[in-house]
Design a protein around this ligand. Structure first.
Ligand code: PLP
Length: 395
């Protein structure tokens, strides 16, 4: 009567969503400010003023028919060119508007890129820890999904493990840096070595192996360089989103970029257009596209996130918690004091602290905290984390 596969995806809500629902229910009972919800990655910094102004200006100045009408399937040509120009200025690339396909955020970008590349029997790799939807997106596209463990304790790529996981069926590897859930930015030298390994493997198996660089957190960095992967490895397809950098997750806007250096770039771009069409994802929101064109050189204010990161990471490590030092995004991985994350999350609930077990991200032994919350939430949560740790010391 209906698809059992889709039923499975629809009926099992993610752990994060379950915790978020619990948080909403608790807020009804004890008030929002008494719930310390670190579960969701919903930006807490408002969209930059220039972005909000652009919405207003466009609504007042552009003809409604133009503003709310369809664009072409891959998006408005002038918007795509503006994005290409900005990337070229920043990274010295030769990307053209024709290499860019506008999407409803990174989720659609990923799904389109994965479907565009898929051939029967393909395997898709990613590094742990990872955004849980990768499993859903790859498996539903037909891939065998292969998570590869990163170096424990740093969550940098483990190239020996990666080498062992690559087979002749490997079509691609999804990289996400700055990373959700760890906040880790992959070091340039690691990425250079990873690129070298993929070049060797491409040669050995005599077919291309692609990197899909999932980059919604590209601009959310606190000083450390985020290398632009297409400049290190030719067969890189970029999936980008303005959800986090412009705090516009509800506006659903992002893109897929297939740079000209990618093997059969033009044909793969057609396959991207085909995947967009088949999935029903053509024509990303027109108004949001125009806003991006106006604001393509605007960069986010990361200071509120930096303050939260410093307060949380500094506070928790001083108490004695073990954490992975985050250089970007707005996530922090904290080790459960006795390694049991389920118990840690349950005990945390007693103090109204809502955190997510790392097992959902394949980060066993860790919990994820999203610090895209108010500064007060972070500040007021710290004494509670201290009491929680005391419980462990008492046994
Ligand atoms: N990729 C990663 C690593 C994410 O963390 C998210 C959202 O949290 C997405 C993709 C999806 O982002 P979007 O809202 O742009 O679809």
């Amino acid at each position: 009567m209906y698809s059992q596969e889709m039923y499975k995806y629809g009926s099992q809500s993610s752990v994060i969503r379950q915790i978020f629902a619990y948080s909403q229910a608790r807020a009804q009972v004890i008030g929002k400010k008494n719930v310390f919800d670190f579960s969701l990655g919903n930006p807490s910094v408002p969209a930059p003023k220039a972005v909000r102004d652009a919405y207003e200006t466009l609504l007042n100045e552009m003809s409604p028919l133009e503003l709310h009408g369809y664009t072409s399937g891959p998006g408005d040509a002038s918007v795509r060119q503006a994005i290409a120009d900005d990337l070229n200025e920043r990274f010295g690339t030769d990307i053209e508007g024709g290499n860019i396909y506008m999407t409803c955020g990174a989720a659609a970008a990923l799904k389109i890129a994965l479907c565009a590349l898929y051939e029967k029997g393909d395997e898709a790799l990613t590094l742990t820890p990872f955004f849980p939807e990768y499993r859903v997106f790859t498996e539903s596209a037909g891939y065998k999904f292969v998570p590869v463990e990163s170096e424990y304790g740093t969550f940098q790529p483990d190239l020996n493990k990666l080498e062992a996981a690559i087979t002749e069926k490997t079509k691609l590897i999804i990289l996400n840096s700055p990373n959700n859930p760890s906040g880790v930015i992959y070091n340039r030298d690691k990425l250079v070595d990873l690129a070298q390994l993929l070049y060797e493997k491409q040669k050995e198996y005599d077919h291309p192996i692609f990197i899909i660089a999932d980059e919604p957190y590209r601009e959310l960095t606190y000083g450390k360089e985020v290398p632009f992967i297409p400049t290190l490895y030719r067969n890189t397809i970029v999936c980008y989103s303005y959800s986090k950098s412009f705090s516009l997750p509800g506006e659903r806007i992002g893109y897929v970029c297939v740079p000209p250096e990618v093997v059969s770039s033009q044909d793969i771009f057609f396959a991207v257009c085909g995947a967009g069409r088949v999935l029903g994802y053509v024509c990303a929101p027109s108004l949001a596209q125009q806003v991006i064109k106006k604001c393509v050189r605007v960069r986010p204010d990361v200071e509120p996130y930096r303050r939260n990161r410093d307060m949380l990471y500094g506070g928790l490590t001083r108490m004695g918690y073990e954490c992975i030092a985050p250089d970007g995004a707005f996530y922090l991985c904290v080790k459960a004091p006795d390694g049991n994350t389920e118990r840690f999350c349950e005990r945390a609930k007693k103090y109204e602290l809502l955190i997510v077990p790392g097992e959902s991200f394949m980060a066993p032994g860790y919990v994820r905290m999203s610090y895209c919350v108010s500064e007060d939430t972070v500040r007021n949560s710290l004494p509670r984390f201290e009491m929680l740790l005391e419980e462990y010391k008492e046994g």
